[in-house]
Design a protein around this ligand. Sequence first.
Ligand code: COA
Length: 240
Amino acid sequence: MAITIRRATVNDMICMQNANLHNLPENYMLKYYMYHILSWPEASFVATTTDIEVLEEEKEQLAQNKESEILSLEDTETGAIIKLDPTYVAPGEKLVGYVLAKMNDDADQKDEPLNGHITSLSVMRTYRRMGLAEKLMRQALFALREVYQAEYVSLHVRESNRAALHLYRDTLEFEVLSVEKSYYQDGEDAYAMKKILDLDELQVSNFAHRGNKSEQKPEDDLQSDLLADIISNGTDNIVV
Ligand SMILES: CC(C)(COP(=O)(O)OP(=O)(O)OC[C@H]1O[C@@H](n2cnc3c(N)ncnc32)[C@H](O)[C@@H]1OP(=O)(O)O)[C@@H](O)C(=O)NCCC(=O)NCCS
């Protein structure tokens, strides 16, 4: 299944909010998404797919000739049918996960080094355990460091959220700073977590090989000349 991870834009906001409403009790108004994306346009990411199966209920409606009940409109220029469905960021492109990230701009942060914050992360249920959350997070962490010079990033997670805790603490190596009592509206405590952002560690090439720890990363060979190698050795040994 092909999944694309790309920077989030204002066109993705409704779908991000929709995914957030499906997956988490902490929800935000659209203007808060807008604030993130307009203020730090390179910090938030979405995962989307174009491999889309028609939902069972849609099939039923089609079978019963109830097309009109599937919200859609016709693109006046191309004639294409556009589904008005908040899971679709564009015709044929469905949002399956997002990470909403920002720089910390609280007034009480004046004496702190620049630092980022993960506001929200979620992956739609059928697309979980495929490594998407990890990839979204790594993209956001890299961007916060590289683009916005964040020295560290912070987030909160519910004490009971085993999946997210595993992701943050074990996979991404965040440290637990403290337990914030009754942080959430329903009274649940939160772990306040922090990760120092090291640009070398965050390079994509450093985690692409994760999962096969015995595998040695190929060293960059800055001396070799690709064209000269192709001419003398052919293309069989070229790794792209
Ligand atoms: C938490 C969440 C974002 C994880 O998304 P995901 O795409 O399934 O996560 P990944 O596939 O990238 O997994 C990352 C790691 O977490 C582990 N993990 C994922 N789900 C897990 C679960 N339910 N229980 C235990 N570990 C889990 C994976 O095994 C993987 O570990 P590894 O690095 O040791 O292999 C997803 O479950 C979700 O959207 N939950 C609801 C919203 C939410 O809780 N958001 C976080 C709010 S702070």
